[in-house]
Design a binder for this molecule. Structure first.
Ligand code: AMP
Length: 303
C-alpha cells in the first residue's frame, strides 16, 4: 500500500475537485517531513474528522532564518510516505521550491500581534515565512479543516489569526504535544542532539511542568521564572532565549496566572534550539476572581 505523491498545484486541484464533486470534506496536515509520532497524531486526528486527508511535505526555505539550519534539516520523503500509508492519509503533497515560489514570486503574508515576541523576537522573518506558506497551502488545498500541533504554540496562534483575518474558510484544529517517554517533546530536530545532550533534554519539559505547578499553587511568577531559568542553565542549556508566561487564548504577557495560561520556552542545548510549552492552570484565587468576572459578564449579557 503506497500513498500517492502529488508534486504540482494543478494536479492537487484536479484531485480535490473530484472529492468536492462527491461532497467529501478535506483536511490538511502541513509538515516539513521527517515524520514522528507528533506528526502522525495530527494525521490520525484529521482522519477522524474529515473524509479525505492531505499531508503536505515542504521544507519551506522562507521560514528558516539560518542557512545552516535549513541545510541540516532532515529529508526523509520515502520513509515519511511509508509511515503515512498505513494511517489512511489519502495524498502526500510534496511540491518542490519552484512550484511553491516560482520565478517572480513577490508576496509575503505578515501577521502582526501574536507573531511578535517569543520566537518572533529571535527568528526574524520566521513567522512571515510560516504565514506565507500556510496561506498558500490553505488556498491550494481548499481544506475545510487544518491540523496543527500545540508544540509550536505561537505558530498555532499565527495560523489562527491569518485564517480569521483573511476570511479563509478553514477550521484550525489544535492537537496536544506528543512527548517521548522521558517527557522530551518530539521534534524533527531532536535527532541532532548528541548522546549527552539527549540525556539532558528531558529536563526542559520537567522544569516547565514543575514551574507550572508552582505558579498554579500560588508562587510568585517572577520568582518561579527566575528559578526555572537557573534550573535550565544548570541542566546544561547554554542559553535560554525566552521563558515566559502568556495567556492561552491570545498570548498576552501575564505577570500572574489570573486566567488559563502557557509557559513557553526556547533554549539552546549544544547547537540545537529546542522549544516547548505547557499549560498553566490559573491559581485558585485568580480562578475565583475570574468566575466573578464571568458571572458579572453573564448578568450584563442577560440584562
Ligand atoms: P513541522 O514538521 O515541525 O513543521 O511540524 C508540522 C506540524 O506538526 C506542526 O503543526 C507542529 O506543531 C506539529 N508537531 C511537531 N512536533 C509535534 C509534537 N511533538 N506533538 C504534536 N505536534 C507536533
Amino acid at each position: 500500500m503506497k500513498i500517492p505523491v502529488i508534486r504540482t498545484v494543478k494536479e492537487l486541484r484536479a484531485t480535490t475537485a473530484e472529492w468536492r464533486k462527491d461532497g467529501l470534506s478535506v483536511a490538511v496536515v502541513p509538515t516539513m517531513g521527517a515524520l514522528h509520532e507528533g506528526h502522525l497524531s495530527l494525521v490520525r486526528a484529521a482522519r477522524e474528522r474529515a473524509d479525505r486527508v492531505i499531508v503536505t511535505l515542504f521544507i519551506n526555505p522562507k521560514q528558516f532564518n539560518s542557512t545552516d539550519d535549513l541545510a541540516a534539516y532532515p529529508r526523509k520523503e520515502e520513509e515519511d510516505a511509508a509511515k503515512l500509508a498505513p494511517l489512511g492519509a489519502h495524498i502526500l503533497f510534496a511540491p518542490n521550491a519552484d512550484e511553491m515560489y516560482p520565478e517572480g514570486f513577490a508576496t509575503t503574508v505578515s501577521v502582526g500581534g501574536v507573531s511578535e515576541g517569543l520566537c518572533g523576537a529571535f527568528r526574524p522573518g520566521h513567522f512571515d515565512g510560516v504565514a506565507t506558506v500556510v496561506t498558500k497551502l490553505f488556498l491550494q488545498t481548499g481544506a475545510d479543516l487544518a491540523f496543527f500541533g500545540e508544540k509550536d504554540f505561537q505558530q498555532l496562534h499565527v495560523v489562527r489569526r491569518l485564517a480569521r483575518d483573511l476570511d479563509i474558510p478553514v477550521e484550525i484544529v489544535a492537537c496536544p504535544t506528543i512527548r517521548e517517554e522521558d517527557g522530551l517533546a518530539m521534534s524533527s530536530r531532536n535527532g541532532r542532539l548528541s548522546a549527552a545532550e539527549r540525556k539532558a533534554a528531558p529536563r526542559i519539559a520537567q522544569i516547565l511542568f514543575e514551574t507550572a505547578a508552582q505558579i498554579t499553587a500560588g508562587s510568585s511568577v517572577e520568582k518561579a521564572l527566575a528559578d526555572a531559568n537557573n534550573a535550565l542553565l544548570a541542566a546544561g542549556c547554554q542559553q535560554v532565549e525566552y521563558l515566559e508566561l502568556r495567556a492561552d487564548d491570545d498570548l498576552a504577557p501575564l505577570a500572574e496566572a489570573t486566567r488559563p495560561a502557557r509557559l513557553l520556552v526556547a533554549a539552546w542545548l549544544g547547537g540545537t534550539r529546542l522549544i516547548d510549552n505547557v499549560e498553566v492552570a490559573p491559581v485558585q484565587d485568580a480562578a475565583g476572581a475570574l468566575g466573578e468576572k464571568e458571572r458579572s459578564g453573564t448578568l450584563r449579557a442577560v440584562a
